[in-house]
Design a protein around this ligand. Structure first.
Ligand code: C2O
Ligand code: CU
Ligand code: CU
Length: 569
């Protein structure tokens, strides 16, 4: 009897020991808050598999980057230092901000350069993210692990009884998959063999036995995830990319495409001691949706295609002191844009590249927008400032594509003629366009008129985007006056010179305004990039080595650039 009991005990120990070994604890990204944010992009390494170092890219840490908290209404200043050995960009996905601050393919940060964009946060409370966006390099830089989440808070969301204790009852889940080679290094391919959540392979996390909020981002290169729990429990979707839904939408499956975010509430009340898996039910993904392909070999071969797999093992622990125990019945009152107010309907096509002769075809797997591969010098649309526009995306492509637009959040009007599902009937910045279907959305292009700097729209499958499935538009203020300054070298004065700390700039022509300021060293290398800077407090050059530098000031109206030499002591 005693012997059997001992044996049973050993069995339990060994089973729990194997279990403990088979999961890794979910990494929760660090947080940054306030209005000044320092982000250092670098090459580094992380121990993702036991006993191996994987070369990664990261922001501040070892893989991925910190979660930044923004408050709606604040002016946020980002200090982005590129310590990679190559150029990249950092794009603030989902944010309404000046194109020159956007971090798309035009805002290239050379290695060693500090880029300091800033903007007033006008986005609604929701989960956003930041990631590299250098043309033809996006897939590679995201694969390395460069990126991070941004959580916006506002008064509407703050007034609701929702979980918001980060990492405790409000948990970020960044979904990606990666392919490792035999040396356990990342391979830059569209589909990985290994699921990762927050950079953790086979993750487990303990949640309290109460209502928990999961902020889920699909940060994959290509794959869509059909999210559900192993006990088929329902969860309540409360946001759609760019803000709260009017009311929670209760479902037990939801397909999240590349670039999209949802926040969900899950009721774990009274389940302490139990566990459940968050899974991707990708065996039932519709055909021609990323991840539904069942290829074993070739460039798209992977072990996760057309399969159900576990993303996160959830252990349910004790409830916290002041738990949220109910799911609200209403959230907000979205005032959506009205199709009757649209100034124009633009027809955008998505297609397979076959038949495109100019520019030349990349190959049968390249997809295109408006019958054209991306050309960084070609502007497809000039959107008049304050226009309300319907964008009708007609796909003849054999594959489904998640379409994303910069600058604005939009409302979906229809998907293949039908109203959007309830979970997408709010503010969105990515919409999945199923193969050979038409999606219509409506957006208002307020603020940030700038004919020099375009905004992007593209497929958010990074492979497709890199291959050219992207286009660009500018917003133009048709009413702007034409009183132009002359902008000559005499029009700006810099002081002191030599300088050790802060360099001040003043304009003698009152019509001049700094549109862009750059500091380059004597070899012409860019050291500092300041989009639309406020120059009243001077330019901080204290981190520069002593030597000769050039200050390049681009004027707002004329876009003329004036250079002045200065000496840093
Ligand atoms: Cu998240 Cu243009 O991208
Ligand atoms: Cu974006
Ligand atoms: Cu695509």
């Amino acid at each position: 009897m005693k012997k059997t009991l001992l044996f049973a005990c050993l069995m339990v120990i060994s089973i729990s020991a194997t279990h403990a070994q088979s999961y890794n604890n979910l990494w929760i990204p660090d947080t940054l808050s306030g209005t000044n944010f320092n982000l250092t992009i670098k090459d580094t390494f992380a121990q993702l598999t036991p006993g191996n170092q994987t070369i990664t890219g990261a922001i501040n840490g070892k893989f991925w980057g910190p979660t930044m908290f923004f408050n709606k209404g604040d002016v946020v200043h980002l200090n982005v230092l590129n310590k990679l050995n190559e150029a990249t960009t950092i794009h603030w996905h989902g944010f309404h901000l000046p194109a020159v601050m956007d971090g798309g393919p035009h805002q290239i940060i050379p290695p060693g350069t500090l880029w300091q964009p800033y903007w007033k946060v006008t986005n609604n409370a929701a989960t956003y993210w930041y990631h590299p966006h250098l043309h033809e390099m996006t897939m590679e830089h995201i694969t390395k692990g460069i990126g991070g989440l941004i959580i916006v808070r506002d008064e509407v969301e703050g007034a609701l009884a929702l979980p918001r204790s980060y990492g405790v009852d409000d948990i970020p889940l960044v979904l990606t998959d990666r392919d490792f080679n035999t040396q356990k290094q990342f391979v830059t391919v569209p589909y990985g063999d290994s699921m990762m959540v927050n950079g953790t392979l086979r993750p487990q996390h303990t949640v309290p036995a109460q209502v928990v909020r999961l902020r889920i981002l699909n940060a994959a290169i290509e794959r869509s995830y059909n999210i559900g729990f192993s006990d088929n429990r329902n969860f309540s979707i409360i946001t759609s990319d760019g803000g709260l839904l009017n009311a929670p939408v209760s479902l037990n499956r939801y397909v999240l495409h590349a670039g999209e975010r949802i926040e969900i509430l899950v009721d774990f009340g009274g389940q302490s001691g139990q566990s459940v898996d968050l899974k991707a039910y990708n065996a039932s993904l519709a055909n021609f949706v990323a991840g539904s392909e069942n290829f074993q070999n070739g460039p798209f071969g992977n072990y996760l295609g057309k399969k159900d797999f576990t993303m996160l093992h959830v252990n349910i622990g004790a409830a916290t002191a002041n738990p949220i125990t109910t799911i609200p019945t209403t959230l907000t009152n979205n005032v959506l844009l009205n199709a009757a107010n649209a100034n124009i309907t633009r027809i955008i096509t998505m297609s397979d590249s076959m038949g495109v002769t100019n520019p030349p075809i990349l190959g049968p797997n390249a997809f295109i927008i408006n019958h054209k591969l991306f050309d960084i010098d070609y502007n497809q649309y000039t959107v008049p400032l304050n226009n309300t526009e319907i964008w009708e995306i007609r796909s003849t492509s054999g594959f489904g594509h998640p379409f994303h637009i910069h600058d604005v959040e939009f409302n979906i009007l229809s998907i293949n003629g039908a109203a959007p599902p309830a979970a997408q009937a709010g503010w969105k910045d990515v919409v999945f366009v199923p193969r050979q279907q038409t999606v219509r959305f409506i957006a208002k292009f307020e603020d940030f008129a700038d004919v020099e700097h375009p905004f992007m729209y593209h497929c958010h499958i990074a492979l497709h985007e890199d291959e050219g499935m992207m286009g660009q538009f500018v917003v133009k203020d048709l009413s702007s006056s034409t009183l132009n300054p002359i902008a000559t070298t005499d029009d700006i004065v810099i002081f002191p010179n030599p300088v050790s700390d802060r360099l001040f700039v003043s304009f003698t022509d009152p019509n001049m305004e700094a549109y862009y300021v750059k500091v380059t060293n004597a070899l012409g290398k860019v050291k500092l990039m300041l989009p639309q800077p406020t120059l009243t407090d001077g330019i901080d050059i204290s981190r520069f080595a002593p030597g000769v530098y050039w200050l390049e000031v681009t004027d707002q109206k004329t876009k003329k650039t004036i250079s002045k030499k200065f000496v840093k002591q």
